[in-house]
Ligand binder design. Structure first.
Ligand code: G6P
Length: 372
């Protein structure tokens, strides 16, 4: 087993380090000689895809959070409504689905029973089903109309890391492909996003290289009993995933919130010393999200929170209000999750290790849940 871990302390540690490659491999070979996006594995009649008027992403756990990121990107690029639904909730509410609905099932294993049942239900209603899957030869791709494979390689650690980054990447590709097909973006706009995506593996590598600060912070927080995570826009699913990682690995109560929701309730949780991670959007955007997030950090800090901030290089404003800053390279707003989630993965892993826990095999969890 030591050899399989390639010199890393755990499979999870190895898989975190595999992430630049997982993203690069998922992007590989997706364009033709003229630079247009081609998804060879998505063999679906293009007229059906052009007719789609609603997308529903169904998934569970970490895969569902990749779907949340997909929603922001696909709606922005394609102007198609995207819903994201936990697979086990989807089926039982008699969802409104027809021939013009595209259901995207996202799954690392391809075997999650809840996700399989949701996509079967959708197909019975006439929906087109495209799955985003990591494991070849699994059940969900066999039952889908088409499959877009992530190329993360085998993921052994129960808590998902590289599969998540690969799922997010595949979702971006699907969004750009639909935008190309439906003429919602110009070829040069699509090429520009693809170029930015191709820069992401190097940037992810940079985040991993800066891991020492995260590790030291985690080790100092061995006794934490609750950690909160705040994000906005695409940072919201990142916050949810950060909280999930911490629950799964370190058995610490953790919750992710949309930062704007704080004032509607969760801010009551903030008291002296409460650790709160905050995912700060790019300061370069033309919207006001960055300044709103700075105010949020000020508010919680004034109430005693210990603020652990993830911010982009060059963001001069965060310093004043952050107890710790974990820097990530600059990236376009929609692509930031590929970077921002990495310190949170490393934090959960390091905290679990500091508590002497088994990071690859957390208690009570299974890598793939094949029962409903
Ligand atoms: C299990 C795993 C999670 C995973 C979820 C969905 O609960 O412990 O890490 O996110 O299943 O798995 P899938 O294989 O469908 O992505």
């Amino acid at each position: 087993a030591a050899a399989e871990k390639g010199g890393f302390r755990s499979f999870m540690d190895k898989e975190i380090h595999d992430q630049p490659q997982a993203v690069a491999d998922t992007l590989l070979g997706r364009t033709n000689a003229s630079g247009a996006l081609v998804l060879d594995d998505v063999r679906v009649d293009e007229t059906l895809l052009r007719a789609v008027n609603k997308i529903i992403v169904v998934a569970c756990g970490t895969a569902a959070y990749s779907g949340h990121v997909a929603k922001y990107a696909i709606e922005r690029w394609c102007r198609i409504e995207v819903e994201v639904e936990l697979a086990h909730e989807f089926r039982y509410r008699d969802p409104i689905v027809d021939e013009k609905t595209l259901v995207v099932a996202v799954t690392q294993s391809g075997e999650t029973m809840d996700t399989l049942m949701a996509m079967r239900h959708a197909r019975e209603q006439g929906a087109l089903v495209i799955s985003i899957v990591n494991t070849h030869g699994s059940t969900i791709p066999r039952e889908s109309d088409a499959v877009l494979y992530t190329h993360a390689g085998p993921e052994i650690a129960v808590a998902s890391t590289k599969a998540f980054l690969a799922q997010v990447t595949a979702a971006y590709l699907l969004g750009l492909y639909l935008a190309q097909l439906r003429g919602c973006m110009r070829p040069d706009e699509i090429a520009a996003v693809l170029a930015e995506l191709r820069d992401m593996p190097q940037k992810i590598h940079t985040v991993i290289e800066r891991g020492e600060h995260v590790r030291a912070t985690a080790e100092s927080m061995r006794d934490a009993s609750s950690v909160l995570f705040l994000g906005r826009h695409v940072g919201f699913p990142v916050a949810l995933e950060g909280a999930l990682k911490l629950k799964e690995l370190a058995y610490i109560h953790a919750e992710g919130f949309a930062a704007g929701e704080l004032k509607h309730g969760p801010i009551a949780l903030i008291d002296e010393g409460q650790p709160v991670f905050v995912v700060v959007p790019s300061p370069r955007g033309r919207d006001s999200l960055h300044s709103k997030m700075i105010s949020t950090i000020q508010e919680i800090r004034a109430r005693g929170a210990r603020t652990l901030v993830i911010a982009e290089d060059g963001d001069d404003e965060v310093h004043a209000y952050a107890d710790e800053v974990f820097w990530i390279p600059q990236a376009p707003k929609l692509l930031q999750p590929l970077l921002a989630v990495v310190p949170l993965q490393m934090f959960a892993m390091a905290l679990a290790a500091a508590k002497g826990l088994d990071v690859d095999q957390p208690r009570n969890l299974a890598k793939s849940v094949t029962v409903e």
